[in-house]
Design a protein around this ligand. Sequence first.
Ligand SMILES: Cc1cc2nc3c(=O)[nH]c(=O)nc-3n(C[C@H](O)[C@H](O)[C@H](O)COP(=O)(O)OP(=O)(O)OC[C@H]3O[C@@H](n4cnc5c(N)ncnc54)[C@H](O)[C@@H]3O)c2cc1C
Length: 406
Amino acid sequence: MAPLVSRRHYSEINPTPIFHLTETEEMLKESVARFSKEVILPKVREMDEAEMMDRGIVEQLFEQGVMGIEIGEEYGGSGMSFGSAVVAIEELARVDPSVSVLVDVHNTLVNTAFRTYGSAALKKKYLPRLATGTVGSFCLSEPASGSDAFALQTKAIKSSSGGSYKITGQKMWITNAAESEIFIVFANIAPERGYKGITAFIVEKGMPGFAIAKKEKKLGIKASSTCVLTFDDVEVPAENLLGNEGEGYKYAISLLNEGRIGIAAQMTGLALGAWENAVKYVWNDRKQFGKYIGEFQGMQFQIAQARTEIEAARALVYNAVRVKEAGGARAGEGFVKEAAMAKLYASQVAQRVSGSAIEWMGGMGFVREGLAEKFWRDSKIGAIYEGTSNIQLQTIAKLLQKEYKV
Ligand SMILES: Cc1cc2nc3c(=O)[nH]c(=O)nc-3n(C[C@H](O)[C@H](O)[C@H](O)COP(=O)(O)OP(=O)(O)OC[C@H]3O[C@@H](n4cnc5c(N)ncnc54)[C@H](O)[C@@H]3O)c2cc1C
């Protein structure tokens, strides 16, 4: 019989609490928190009402280095870790989930796509721009393909010389599109091969035949642009092929697995922001029956329950981060289940907590003067983008079944 405790199950290093951050992450957290409070907070309401991202904020995000967190210093980036990107996304969402998703999509989907799959020439051409001043978008979804993303119908046809491709089709729900100049576009070069024809291309704003057809009006994250894009025989040079022909589906799966941890962090930050906004009011401002409303036990228990759920969501998020950084739970297993669980749960907590926070504040939670109602509207998107909650549940169940099926 094997010994109960075998060598491979323990390490010489004491495990640290899951919320322990590296020195770099801690410094970034502090500076992003300060930036959010001083620069973003005064503009949050105005941007939401105008349904427009403030250009100055985007410029300052680049100046602060948060648009190139994982991009190497040789390309003008900050050369930090994935954990740092997650910390920044969470901190930004505590103040404005719209700014947070702009940074999230740009870093975890767009920059990572170039860093991971880009040729040396593509990296040299695009990473310095993405790190220092040009916003990017990730274009997978279409009118007829959302959850079933690989049923996409946008096509790319290679020229007879092989020197270029022509892209035709439509993309929908594209985050950052109004601010972006660089677009990663998934198109099928061989529809007869199904998803194995899906290929990723780099399209630039201004290429003939490429247009933003519509900017959506939304329930939440209103300052974050979400657009319909059209491609009418857009000619893309062959060097703008990202990675290899027919491998786009693999890249999309892998990028979205990572991206989901970012969205989970966005939702955790949002939940904390909503909670903090409400407790400030109930513990310091509002009195009824002669005492602060947050001092009634009926309120205290709800507040304590909500904060416990936020901490549980954060634990799932940072566990997913560390599992990913360590290269997967065990060799070959990856971090897919951890990321799906984190996103599923964090978006549920965000919705629940931000909804309760409105009630804790009574009428003051319901009006557009403060931020309580905005946090709740913004929370709804967590259960939709980068894989709906049902899709996360499907992924989790599939992986569990694989683990337990004899
Ligand atoms: C604000 C916003 C920003 C976005 N940003 C981007 C972006 O930058 N890039 C991009 O490519 N896409 C983006 N998206 C698209 C997003 O990823 C999709 O909306 C999402 O994948 C869901 O697709 P859908 O909206 O077509 O819903 P559908 O797929 O039609 O789903 C509708 C409902 O059916 C359920 N459902 C579908 N299939 C199943 C199933 N097999 N089992 C159980 N239930 C199922 C879903 O869970 C959901 O509840 C964005 C969307 C929004 C709203």
